[in-house]
Structure formats: C-alpha cells, structure tokens
Write a protein that binds this ligand. Structure first.
Ligand code: FMN
Length: 191
C-alpha cells in the first residue's frame, strides 16, 4: 500500500485517483471499513483518498449557494480532483441516510459532479431500498454508475477489520475485481 506522502508529483499526475465516501458516520461503520479495505487492494496506478467531511457540511440551503461555506467549497474541490467516486452507503428507514443525501444535495448544482463515474459498494444485502433510491438520485444528478465496479457484500455483524476484509479469500478478490474494472473504465474514457 502506498500513501500520498510516498509519491512524487509525477506519480500522482499519472495515477487514477478514487475518492471513497461512506454514507455512515459511525466510528465502526461496516461501509467505512469496506472502503478502507480498498486501499490494500488497489491495482497499480490507482490511489484511494477518503472524504470524511459529510458530518461537517451544513444543512443544504440553496440560499447559501450565493456565498458557499468553506466546507462546501472544499467538498466541490475534492470531488473535482477525483477521477472516480466510490460510495458505500447504509440503509436507514428504507432510505438514504440524511447526512449522505445532504452531501449529494450540495453537489446537485456543482460543476464538478455531473458525469462523474461512480462505483456503488454496499455492505448489506438487505439495503435494497437505499440502493434503489441512491441509484435514482445519482441518475438524476447525471452521475455515471459503473455497474461492473459496483458490488454488494454481507458485512452485517461481521466486525471484520479492513485488513481482514482485504485478506479474506472471498471478499478480497471481489473488491479487487471491482477496482480493476473501475480502473479499466477510467483508463478507457469511453464510458
Ligand atoms: C436508525 C436506523 C435505521 C435503520 N434502518 C434500516 C432499514 O430500513 N433497512 C436495513 O436493511 N437496515 C437498517 N438499519 C441497519 C443498518 O443499515 C445497518 O446496521 C448497517 O450496517 C449500518 O451501516 P454501517 O455499519 O456502515 O454504519 C438501520 C439502522 C439504524 C441505526
């Protein structure tokens, strides 16, 4: 695994940068841990960064777009720098968690989001309503959902660490295959 600090600027320019965003604010979130496992399974030439600011974003209010808060400007910037987005979002009350939907609302009218390739990871096979709602929202926002890079695994009550997910003989290859497919689509810009 390589960190940003290990890389020269020329390496970063040539790399595919993925931005991982978990829809859960929980400290031990299975969705966040799933996204952390991707760092260990990245194909060569891919870097994963994590955006952990959804809890700091203000409630979306179109009036604030006239003079956007710093946290929102930072969100637009980090989204703009990413070649692709990795989302992993739980289901709350058969829907998308409010904090994650709030982040998406801030991105609706941004220049950075439309057309962005998105892989949908999902840590629970039961979260079908939230997944369907998320797809509808992302479609409406003109994201490009990359199906071959999207996947559902069952981490409900698993308590696995990112390291053990990456080392798991079933989960590790599933995640690696999804990341390989995402990189292929991003390399070949015919999305
Ligand atoms: C308030 C609340 C509502 C939930 N509603 C649902 C639901 O409607 N459907 C479902 O499958 N799971 C539901 N769950 C379970 C979570 O989706 C599940 O615990 C998931 O693992 C949480 O993701 P995380 O581990 O990334 O935090 C709910 C959990 C909470 C706390």
């Amino acid at each position: 695994m390589r960190n940003f600090t290990d890389l020269r600027i020329t390496d970063v320019v040539e790399m595919v940068c993925l931005l991982a965003v978990s829809g859960s604010l929980r400290q031990t979130s299975s969705n966040s841990i799933l996204l952390r496992a991707t760092e260990r399974l990245c194909p060569d030439g891919v870097l994963v960064r994590h955006y952990e600011g959804i809890g700091e974003l203000p409630h979306f209010n179109p009036d604030l777009l006239e003079d956007p808060p710093e946290t929102v400007i930072a969100l637009w910037s980090i989204i703009g720098q990413a070649d692709g987005l990795l989302f992993s979002c739980p289901e709350y009350a058969r829907g998308i968690p409010g904090s994650f939907k709030n982040m998406l609302d801030w991105l609706v009218s941004s220049e950075e989001f439309p057309g962005k390739p998105v892989a949908l990871f999902n840590a629970s096979p039961r979260a079908s309503h939230a997944q369907a709602a998320l797809r509808l929202v992302l479609d409406t926002m003109s994201a490009r959902i990359i199906e071959e890079a999207s996947m559902t695994v069952n981490l409900l009550s698993s308590r696995l660490s990112a390291e053990s997910i990456a080392a798991d003989p079933v989960l590790g290859p599933m995640i690696g295959t999804a990341l390989d497919a995402f990189k292929r689509r991003l390399d070949n810009q015919n999305l």
